[in-house]
Design a protein around this ligand. Structure first.
Ligand SMILES: C[S@@+](CC[C@H](N)C(=O)[O-])C[C@H]1O[C@@H](n2cnc3c(N)ncnc32)[C@H](O)[C@@H]1O
Length: 508
């Protein structure tokens, strides 16, 4: 059976993951002081393993110059990914090979980046070996390997909950997977309510069960109800990847890289005294109670001298993803909420907002922000990028060359939004990555493309033709008048606040 025990009767969600973007991966390696591939426009060779519906890899292939390859053995996932690539004309070869089949191919190029999100913990030992084998043979020296996975100790207390759910779904469930999931969740709640000692001893797991119940069933099927599900300590993953000559470099999560918001002074002291990187990362996971790691490994990691790191960072550009009045004042790290120092963040944010929110390099920001030094600007950008307020931007030729393919992909995604709520992102040629855009925003953009004069009226025609109406505060609005009034209010807000941002990002 091609599924190898992997859930296949229920499609995966259409998620977008910014950490997979080549532009962001290169930035994360650079902020941590590592030299990785130098992206000359058009030359990055990228491979994504297990792409799900393929939204991320399609956005990256449309928005970043390079050659993209990707595989997911579920043929309906591959067909969907191929249909988006056909619409955009992005340089993407989307295959339905299994990892074993891909590992056996002789026609693959050498890659600058191999990336996999949400795969490693959900496949067998054999497939983890296949993945390591692909990295060993196909990743260039100096190449970057991105991998995210469930880890202990963060997952340890809740692992028996997942066991209970899957045992129930397997042994007393009949019928469609979504029904079996619902029944197993109800059953687990009955066990909680009947006073099971395990749940009493682990109240955080009861809270988790409450949250799981609200999650999308397609997501849950793939996250929890797979035959393979193996959270493991960091050291186990790092040891398996050593066989592919990969060594751990840093977290791809830019917020994770900022110790001040994640680690107390005592924790930083203990970690600072551990020279062995494997032990240090292991101990760090205990301090932050890590559940999900997003790691960058490098084949042949090279540290940049501080001067070279600074020069490269000064040349890096950033773009705002929010409007000028939406400056965040707080950030959440493992230590909880922290206030962002206004003396640093306000000038940086205002400088990014100036001149029509055009992207600016750190060197330019330094010149614009009096009294704020290079390290403060760099850390502020790291925090703002990590929390989704800004994103690294590409250079001008790369932005130019991505305009046509992103426009075509976005047009297709906005067309699909007429009949579906699946996709919540569009591709930006400016950032080389996805930007969150909800269904109504997509339909307003579609109305503009269709040269509809009355955008709210058009959206109402699309919704009412399908018997849909707008949900407001959990209640369905009734009749044309109520729905149209809400759409007009949303459209006003869109034109005032979102459209200028989307224009600056090359999306509108
Ligand atoms: C949990 S989903 C993650 C999808 C996507 N990366 C994301 O994060 O949205 C895992 C994906 O891996 C694919 N997959 C699982 N085992 C595979 C294998 N042996 N070869 C190729 N693809 C596989 C599944 O079809 C599924 O789409």
């Amino acid at each position: 059976m091609w599924t190898e025990g992997y859930v296949s009767g229920i499609d995966y969600t259409h998620g977008y993951y910014p950490e997979l973007s080549p532009v962001r991966l290169q930035l994360s390696a650079l902020t941590a002081g590592y030299d990785v591939f130098q992206s000359t426009p058009g030359s990055v060779n990228y491979l994504e393993l297990g792409f799900g519906q393929g939204l991320s890899v399609n956005i990256h292939a449309a928005a970043t110059a390079g050659k993209f390859w990707a595989t997911d053995f579920n043929p309906s996932h591959a067909a969907n990914a191929q249909s988006m690539a056909a619409a955009s004309g992005g340089e993407l070869t989307a295959l339905d090979n299994s990892f074993a089949e891909l590992a056996a191919r002789a026609d693959l190029p050498a890659f600058d980046i191999i990336a996999l999100h949400g795969i490693w913990s959900w496949v067998s030992d054999e497939n983890r070996a296949n993945i390591a084998d692909i990295a060993k043979r196909q990743l260039k020296p100096g190449g970057l390997f991105y991998i995210s996975y469930n880890v202990t100790p963060g997952w340890s207390p809740a692992m028996p909950l997942r066991h209970l759910l899957t045992q129930h779904a397997e042994r007393s469930g009949q019928g469609a997977i979504a029904d079996r999931i619902n029944n197993s969740l109800d059953f687990a709640q009955q066990v909680v309510d009947a006073g099971a000692a395990y749940f009493k001893a682990n109240p955080a797991v009861v809270e988790r069960l409450g949250k799981i119940k609200d999650q999308n069933r397609n997501y849950l099927a793939h996250e929890y109800f797979n035959a393979d599900w193996h959270p493991m300590p960091f050291s186990q993953t790092a040891t398996l990847l050593e066989a592919a000559k990969l060594s751990f470099a840093t977290s791809a999560d830019l917020l994770d890289q900022v110790d001040a918001i994640n680690l107390s002074a005592d924790a930083q002291k203990i970690l600072g005294e551990i020279p062995d990187p494997m032990l240090r990362e292991t101990v760090r996971d205990y301090f932050v109670n890590q559940q999900f790691r997003r790691d960058i490994f490098i084949k042949g990691a090279r540290r940049l001298p501080p001067l070279e790191r600074m020069r490269r960072l000064q040349a890096k550009a950033f773009a705002l993803l929010l409007g000028p009045e939406d400056r965040p004042e707080k950030v959440t790290g493992s230590l909880g909420e922290a206030a962002l120092q206004e003396a640093v963040y306000k000038p940086v944010f205002d400088a990014l907002a100036s001149d029509g929110q055009s992207p600016k390099t750190i060197a330019q920001l330094h010149a614009l922000c009096e009294g704020v030094d290079f390290n403060q600007i760099t850390q502020a950008l790291q925090v703002l990028a990590g929390s989704g307020a800004v994103a690294p931007a590409q250079d001008k030729p790369a932005i130019q060359s991505a305009r046509k393919t992103t426009k075509l992909l976005n047009s297709e995604l906005c067309r699909r939004a007429e009949a579906s709520t699946d996709v919540n992102h569009l591709a930006s040629p400016v950032t080389g990555a996805g930007v969150q855009v909800n269904r109504f925003e997509q339909l307003f953009l579609r109305a503009t493309e269709l040269k509809e004069k009355d955008a709210p009226g058009y959206v109402w025609r699309v919704l009412s033709a399908q018997g849909e109406s707008i949900l407001k505060d959990g209640k369905a609005l009734e009749g044309e008048e109520e729905n149209l009034a809400e759409l007009r209010a949303q459209h006003d807000l869109f034109e005032r606040k979102r459209l200028p941002v989307l224009k600056s990002l090359g999306i509108a």
